[in-house]
Every structure is written in C-alpha cells, then in structure tokens.
Design a protein around this ligand. Structure first.
Ligand SMILES: C[S@@+](CC[C@H](N)C(=O)[O-])C[C@H]1O[C@@H](n2cnc3c(N)ncnc32)[C@H](O)[C@@H]1O
Length: 269
C-alpha cells in the first residue's frame, strides 16, 4: 500500500534524497525538447501582469530541465523553479545559479489566482496528479495559460526494454504512481479544468550502455534508491540477467538503450 505522509508519497521522500547521484545518471533533456516547451510557453501573447512568477516549474528536482529552460526563456518572463525535496533543491541551486527557487509541493503554490502564464512539470506529474494539485495549478494559471508535461521514457516498443520495464514495475507497490500506469492521464481528464491542446512524441538519441551504465541509471529510480544496499544489488542484477538473456542483446558488451520523449500541452479552460 503506497504510504503518503504529508502530501508527498513516502517513496518520494525515501527515493529522491541523493541529488548529485540523480543529477549525474538521469538522462538530459534534448535541445528539441527545450525549444518545443519554449514555443508552447510563449506562443500565446499573454498580457504581462506584475506578478512574481510568469513561468513556474513544478517538481524541478536537481534542475535537469531548469538549466536549459531558464536560459532559453525571454528575459521579461519571470521564472521560478519549485521542488519539495531539500537535497534535490540544494543540487538545483548549485547547478542553476541565479534561478529563483521555492520549496513547495504542487498542491500548495504561493502565488495569486490567475497570475502564472505557464507551468512545466518534467518527469514528475504522475507524483501529484490529484485533485488538490490540479485545483491549485488551475487556480494560479492565467486564463489560456498552459500546463506542459514532459517525460523522457523508455521505448517499450522494443521487446527487451519492455521486459525491463515490466520487471521494474514489480518493484513499485500496486498503488504507487508511475508514468507508465497512466493514472495521471485519467486524473487530468476527469478533472475537466484543463483541455489537451497538443501531444507530441519527440526523438531521443539512444544511450550506449554497458551493464554498469544500466545499473547506475536504474539506481536513480525511486523504487531502487529507497531499497537497502543488498536488495538494490539483487534487483539490479535481476535486470542485468534480462539483458544478458534476451535474444536481441545476448552476448553484447554495450546496448543501445532506446528512449522517446512524450510531451503534452494542456490549456486552462
Ligand atoms: C523523477 S523526479 C524529476 C525531477 C526533474 N523534474 C527532472 O526532470 O529531473 C520527480 C520529482 O517530483 C517531485 N515531486 C514528487 N511529489 C511532488 C509533489 N507532490 N509536488 C511537487 N513535486 C513533487 C520530486 O521531489 C522529484 O524531484
């Protein structure tokens, strides 16, 4: 049963605690992803208010998208990155000097009604796809303001990657949210305050991974980083056995690990 103390899942509190490890081994965002997000955020000409925040990033983590986005945004737009986990926020502040930051969860945003032009959530919306957060997001967004959701995800159309993903899901409790479970999509559709404007699948260059690289990438996932050292070792070994035994990857010293980018723009109705 997924525990939720305060308004964060327990797995978030236990699993997102080592900012520098996460920052080093999670994939980066591509230049195309950044420019698509930028285009979505700035396509509508929205009259400027004198608010403290025009573009808000939620669950910004260690700043993997932040560092690209804030440099690309027009300087007249005030950008704020938010993150609830203190170690991740410390890494973000270190990696993105000069960026305004706040520590908060998505269901409690310290901004006035109708004041924010765009909100971005990278690799994280599934963690707070609940009514309280959606009410808060739509409260602070200006009319026609955008909610942009993006994930760099494993390409499960490739059979051995699908086998890894199925195994990884078994390390999460049945009621812990994950992108791949798509509960976040149902939550947003049921809420009705936001209309889907665009969905785009973008390319992501395949990463050439050794077995050690596969282990370090998976060790950044919350399910693995909350495990004891022994359990983590065993779980990562189980993944490696899938790669070693699959007909498409058997005998290879490196494998091309395929990903795609799933990008959504919702607009406040
Ligand atoms: C997989 S990380 C993604 C971090 C960063 N956006 C990136 O692209 O690397 C998920 C992030 O969501 C944040 N998060 C989880 N629950 C949240 C909530 N209720 N409100 C805001 N952020 C949350 C976590 O603290 C974590 O930084």
């Amino acid at each position: 049963m997924a525990e939720k103390t305060s308004n964060l899942f327990q797995i978030v509190q236990d699993g997102f605690t080592d900012g520098s490890h996460y920052d080093k081994y999670r994939p980066d965002y591509t230049p195309e992803t950044t420019s698509e997000i930028l285009r979505m955020l700035t396509a509508e000409s929205v009259s400027n208010t004198d608010g403290e925040c025009d573009i808000l990033e939620l669950g910004a983590g260690t700043g993997k998208l932040t560092r690209h986005l804030y440099k690309a945004l027009p300087t007249n737009l005030k950008f704020v990155a938010s993150e609830p986990m203190v170690d991740f926020l410390t890494t973000l502040r270190d990696r993105c000097p000069g960026v305004s930051t706040i520590q908060c969860t998505a269901d409690s945003l310290p901004f006035p009604d109708n004041s924010v032009q765009g909100i971005v959530a990278a690799q994280c919306f599934h963690w707070f796809a609940n009514e309280a957060s959606m009410r808060e997001i739509t409260r602070v967004l200006r009319p026609n303001g955008s909610l942009i959701l993006v994930w760099n995800i494993q390409d499960i159309r490739v059979d051995w990657v699908n086998a890894l993903t199925e195994k990884v899901l078994s390390y999460y409790a049945d009621d812990e949210p994950q992108y791949i479970r798509f509960w976040w999509k149902k939550a947003i559709d049921d809420f009705k305050g936001l209309r889907l404007k665009t969905r785009k699948e973008l390319d992501f260059p395949a990463s050439e991974y050794t077995t050690e690289d596969i282990k370090t990438f998976y060790s950044t996932l919350s399910a693995f980083s909350r495990m004891t050292e022994d359990d983590q070792k065993q779980a990562l070994e189980e993944l490696i056995m899938i790669v070693k035994n699959h007909p498409a990857t058997i005998g290879k010293t490196t494998v091309a690990y395929p990903r795609i980018v799933d990008l959504f723009q919702y607009v406040k109705q």
